[in-house]
Ligand binder design. Structure first.
Ligand code: 5AD
Ligand code: SF4
Length: 418
């Protein structure tokens, strides 16, 4: 989401004649697009911010801005911590960037923007093959640990016509894969619902693959399961955050489902879409999580066998309910639990990837591998990374590949003759 917001900022600035540089010493404008989902992300930003004083001394005309969720949360307080900052704008105020740069408006833009879903911004994309598209903004769920509803505001869906037009333009420019973005895509609702949107986009010629993140288990409908299984361009992958294997903790998290509900959705998905890859998010050490609760998470990981997970230590975020809860779990216990979760999942991921050896997968070629100069890299429809021997295959081509090796983070394969 944040990376895509950066693409929008670049799109707006490009219209003003700015271009990008990877050398901050040459920049006339530096924007920090910050994240505050966990404390670690915040810390990264604050340590960078101090260094900016030096930059400003060297180049007095330099403008420095803070964007993203920290900007939204802190607003003008950032000026107190860092007087060398020029302006501040939240994720709902990217459309003001031109006015902020030119000094036409006051340097703090953090108001709610009820029109966000109707204001389409220019986007500067680099890839040429894969693109992100926002379909909805904000979140109404208020999971008790999460800052997002406070920083990105209420749910607002873009009209399906606008999304259709954006994707059609991408297809005309040679794009092959789109990823639809929203905090909870299942609650997309404009003139049509989410399965309806998938059906509409599935009809756009030239686009070969459609992905979406993130799905909320409580809103995962039969209609969506049907759409994934029936529509040929929807990839067989779903990111479905479970967060915990303990229904008691899920209740405290305000997630709106039990562990059993989640398991039922998974078995329904697997019944209807046999090759489906399922990934998830886990939080270790939520307040009140006992050893028994943790063991329930371990149990559910073993039972479900996700293709991969992102796991995090619980990080108290100001304004959220969970930050105020009693029974906060000590940091050392959180670390041990996180380690156990990650270690178990690594073992499961390797076994799952080894099971794919000998199968034939469709790979969309993304270019040369960054880690091995003798390989090309791409992704299977499951979203798994697949490396193949260097060959004369253009970026953006889809090839059938036989998997020869399954590893922890990637697969290896060789193209098969059709
Ligand atoms: N602490 C730890 N993890 C969090 N996430 C969101 N908020 C927090 C928090 N306060 C995780 C959830 C979510 C993912 C995007 O980040 O697992 O699904
Ligand atoms: Fe945060 Fe929950 Fe909304 Fe996801 S669904 S963004 S975890 S509040």
């Amino acid at each position: 989401m944040n990376l895509h917001d950066s693409e929008k900022m670049l799109g707006v600035l490009q219209k003003e004649g700015y271009c990008e540089t990877d050398n901050p010493l040459r920049a006339d404008l530096i924007i920090f697009n910050t994240c505050s989902i966990r404390q670690k992300a915040e810390q990264k930003f604050y340590s960078e911010l101090g260094r900016m004083k030096e930059y400003k001394k060297r180049k007095p005309g330099l403008k420095i801005a803070v964007a993203g969720c920290i900007a939204q949360q802190e607003g003008k307080n950032i000026f107190k911590k860092a007087p060398h900052i020029d302006f501040i704008f939240g994720p709902q105020n990217i459309h003001f960037l031109t006015d902020l740069v030119s000094g036409r408006i006051t340097p703090v833009a953090v108001n709610d923007n009820p029109d966000i879903a109707l204001r389409d911004l220019p986007v500067k994309r680099e890839d040429g093959i894969k693109a992100w598209i926002t379909i909805m903004y904000g979140c109404n769920n208020f999971c008790s640990y999460c800052i997002v509803p406070y920083t990105r505001g209420r749910e607002r869906s873009r009209p399906s016509e606008n999304i259709y037009a954006e994707v059609s333009a991408l297809a005309e420019n040679g794009y092959k894969e789109i990823t639809l973005l929203g905090q909870n895509v299942n609650s997309y609702k404009s003139d049509i619902d989410f399965p309806g949107l998938l059906k509409k986009l599935n009809g756009i010629g030239g686009i070969e693959r459609i992905r979406f993140v993130t799905s909320h288990p409580k809103d995962l409908s039969d209609g969506l399961i049907h759409a994934i299984s029936e529509l040929p361009k929807i990839c067989e992958h779903i990111h479905l955050p479970i967060q915990s294997g303990s229904s008691k903790i899920l209740n405290l998290m305000n997630r709106g489902y039990t562990c059993d509900d989640y398991m039922k959705k998974v078995s329904e998905l697997r019944k209807k879409i046999p090759d489906l890859s399922i990934t998830s998010d886990i939080i270790a050490g939520f307040p009140g999580e006992t050893d028994d609760d943790h063991m329930l998470t371990i149990k559910v990981l073993k039972e479900i066998e996700f293709d991969g997970i992102f796991a995090f230590k619980f990080s108290p975020r100001s304004r959220t309910k969970a930050a105020e809860m009693q029974n906060q779990v000590p940091e050392n216990i959180k670390s041990v639990r996180l380690h156990e979760i990650l270690q178990l999942q690594d073992e499961i991921t390797v076994i799952k990837n080894k099971h794919l050896e000998g199968t034939v997968q469709e790979i969309l070629i993304e270019g040369n591998s960054e880690t091995d100069s003798e390989k090309l890299t791409g992704r299977a429809r499951s979203n798994k990374i697949v490396n193949i021997p260097m060959a004369d295959i253009e970026k953006g081509k889809s090839v059938k590949v036989e998997i020869t090796k399954g590893r922890k983070h990637s697969l290896e394969g060789i193209p098969v003759k059709e």
